[in-house]
Design a protein around this ligand. Sequence first.
Ligand SMILES: C=C1C[C@]23C[C@@]1(O)CC[C@H]2[C@@]12CCC[C@@](C)(C(=O)O1)[C@H]2[C@@H]3C(=O)O
Ligand SMILES: O=C(O)CCC(=O)C(=O)O
Ligand SMILES: [Fe+2]
Length: 368
Amino acid sequence: MPSRLTEAFRAHPVHLHHNHLDLESVREVPDSHAWPPLDDDYPAADSFGVETVPVIDLMDPKALKLVGHACKTWGVFQVTNHGIPMTLLRAVESQGRRLFSLPPHQKLKAARSPDGISGYGLARISSFFSKLMWSEGFTIVGSPLDHARQLWPQDYSKFCDVMEEYEKEMQKLAGRLMWLMLGSLGITKEDVKWADAMDEFRGACAALQLNSYPSCPDPNRAMGLAAHTDSTLLTVLYQNSTSGLQVFRDGSWTTVPPLPGALVVNVGDLLDILSNGRYPSVLHRAVVNRTYHRLSIAYLYGPPMNVQISPLSRLVDTTNPPLYRTVTWTEYLGTKAKHFNKALSSVRLCVPLNGFIDMNDHNRVKVG
Ligand SMILES: C=C1C[C@]23C[C@@]1(O)CC[C@H]2[C@@]12CCC[C@@](C)(C(=O)O1)[C@H]2[C@@H]3C(=O)O
Ligand SMILES: O=C(O)CCC(=O)C(=O)O
Ligand SMILES: [Fe+2]
């Protein structure tokens, strides 16, 4: 039901000036893009002896347990043996490069409208910051045909074929990952009433987000994509061989290193809600570098738009009261568009009784 996903932002238009500075050609970071130095920020945890983001082989008989542990302790993990052919990953990357290397005026022919969801433009979250990010994006919901035709009037079919094939493969993988994540909480298909309605998650809604991060003359003063959580159940991210993705954990930022052929899986806000806070969504950001152009492709996976998402009843009892109120994905995307990183706490009902530190208190983190 992709058409419904496109409704999500109607009530919350974002007026961004797509007045694109060609980031590829600038020699120094202009004031419009100059953020406070990153190294004044939280310390980076990337040093010897520090734990690294889990890598899970999906063919491992212990995968269910490993996924559960990763979701609880990190909110992010990488998967190998996931069944997505390397040729398809390379083809998506190459079509992404083809798109972002078009001249700015050509890309702007496919610009996302202020109340729309698909198309080319600055990160939607840019409106919450006084400085611009060192990136550009292209969002696909359903078929990319209309926008692809605007970009390449004579030669759009290869782009469409590759993106549609990738969406199909991602949908299968995301459904599989969803059951691993829920299964690791002891949840069965009978516990999720809407699973049937969406044909065991195959009827889910999703968006494909292509992100481009040009190399930057002063990476310490630029931000690729500011710290955020995804509004999804889960996100599957392909990053090319250039690192840049960082996750916030235990007071510092940890890099998720690119592994050839591996995919990164993030816990999103809706899974946080569904799991009643057992699997907290992960705060993450993308940083840039001086030498290489980085590309990432995120598959943002959520439930059908009209389904009511609330903490699963099997995970709620007197000692674990529901932490969140019921929301639909459309409603939650609207809340995110309005409150950004405070969206999750705005649907929160109470603080945990067990006294655990709230991993989702993103207000503790400087975001701009
Ligand atoms: C379904 C969606 C989730 C998303 C907004 C979108 O409409 C498509 C882009 C997604 C993205 C990617 C970058 C970070 C983010 C917060 C944003 O501004 O656009 C997410 C949105 C989200 O998860 O809320
Ligand atoms: O580029 C990345 O590594 C992060 C992208 C991301 O967080 C997103 O698209 O939601
Ligand atoms: Fe994200």
